[in-house]
Design a protein around this ligand. Structure first.
Ligand code: ZN
Length: 409
């Protein structure tokens, strides 16, 4: 399977202007090709093929108006045409109902927040022995290698984001050598309203402190932006600050998702989640969770990591009233208001934690082997023997990493 690895890069001033030139050329080629296709369509002519576009590009590079396209690697320009093809394919597939509908390809603007160029294997790019990223006609870029690449990457995309930061995103083919040794636990995950995720083993995972802090800072910069005057210099400065804060939140959130998903996949042989679309339907009348946006990214990570490390990943694609059924005896005793976090099953007497109960039900619906007597779904209180009378039933202790945030894996 293919995996993507992103690293921050720090181009010098000269390299930044070379990159800006490359972004510009890629954009012009994309837009020219889009116009050629749209003009043909408007004139009732057949769809212009990729081969024709490629020929058109070669011819255009020889004209004085577009001669500067020769200043950047030809691979970037070819890749730009391929990106346009992908945009068209996605658009047509959406019309045919093969995937969610999306808009027709649009012209790219200089003012777009995200600029990118892609180098494929046949471009002469490489990672130097000194650990720099050598790009044709741009130079040797300094990279912050935060992880090691599992194998030699096939393509690299260089991105400049809204906050003005640069990233190199590598596509790497992985093999079966990464499959983890088998383990026994199997787990269901409830993506809940209160916590980010609750596991059937009783673990409740929440945003770590560094993410909450980044979110707080973002809110502050947004407030500062709204106080500035339109068109003023301060407004532009404030806008850049908001973009930076946004980027920091996105990074922190991604890191949290990576840690949590890696941990769950390492510790469990099988993982079950509810399909988010189904979950959304079931919750239309409930409050939207602050975590909604993050869940799909997180579930995607679980899915690819499961595939990569040889674990089972199951998505429950049908609606299960997970919070209405006792995970111990299976009796369904109707919906409960949201403020009911814990209740006692009238049938078997089990004391059920709303979220953990839901997570156990998800695991069961997926056919996983979980015990209903997980950490907090505990059997009802039995009359204590005389000697023990007066002591409180012990509440199970929470895993440490719930309170302390999640340590690095
Ligand atoms: Zn019960």
């Amino acid at each position: 399977m293919q995996l993507r690895y992103s690293f921050r890069v720090y181009p010098s001033a000269g390299q930044r202007s070379a990159l800006a030139r490359a972004f510009g050329c890629a954009r012009v080629v994309f837009n020219d090709a889009l116009r050629v296709r749209e003009e043909a369509r408007a004139a009732g002519l057949p769809f212009v093929t990729s081969a024709e576009l490629s020929k058109h590009l070669t011819a255009v590079k020889k004209t004085p108006e577009r001669a500067w396209l020769g200043e950047v690697s030809a691979v970037i320009l070819q890749q730009s045409l391929r990106d346009l093809d992908t945009a068209y394919r996605n658009f047509f597939d959406g019309l045919k109902g093969k995937r969610p509908r999306m808009g027709a390809p649009r012209l790219k603007s200089k003012r777009d927040n995200r600029q990118s160029i892609r180098f494929t294997a046949n471009a002469a790019w490489r990672i130097t022995p000194g650990g720099k990223l050598r790009l044709p006609k741009i130079g040797d870029l300094k990279v912050k290698w935060s992880r090691t690449l599992p194998s030699t990457p096939t393509t690299v995309t260089v991105v400049r984001d809204a906050a003005g930061r640069y990233f190199a995103s590598f596509v790497v083919e992985t093999d079966a050598s990464e499959v983890l040794p088998e383990t026994t636990p199997e787990v269901g995950i409830d993506l809940g309203l209160g916590h980010f995720a609750v596991l059937s083993d009783g673990t409740k995972a929440d945003s770590p402190r560094f993410l909450r802090r980044a979110e707080k800072r973002l809110k502050k910069t947004q407030r500062a932006l709204s106080r500035t005057e339109k068109g003023s210099r301060n407004r532009n400065k404030a806008r850049l600050k908001v973009a930076r804060a946004h980027a920091r939140v996105a990074d922190a959130r991604r890191e949290f998702h990576h840690h949590l998903s890696t941990r769950i996949i390492r510790e469990n042989q099988a993982v079950a989640v509810e399909d988010l679309a189904v979950k959304g339907l079931a919750r239309t009348r409930l409050a939207k969770s602050v975590h909604d946006a993050g869940w799909s990214a997180f579930v995607t990570m679980l899915e690819y990591k499961a595939a990569r490390y040889g674990r089972t990943f199951v998505k429950i694609g049908w609606f299960e009233p997970t919070s209405q059924v006792c995970s111990r005896c299976g009796v369904k005793d109707g919906p409960k208001p949201l403020n009911v976090r814990e209740w006692t099953c009238k049938e078997c007497g089990a004391v059920l934690d709303r979220d953990i109960n839901a997570a156990v039900n998800i695991a069961k619906a997926a056919g996983l082997a979980v015990s209903a007597c997980g950490a907090q779904v505990r059997p009802g209180l039995v009359p204590a023997p005389r000697s023990a009378a007066g002591t409180h039933p012990k509440r199970p202790t929470q895993p440490v990493w719930e309170q302390a945030g999640i340590p690095g894996l």
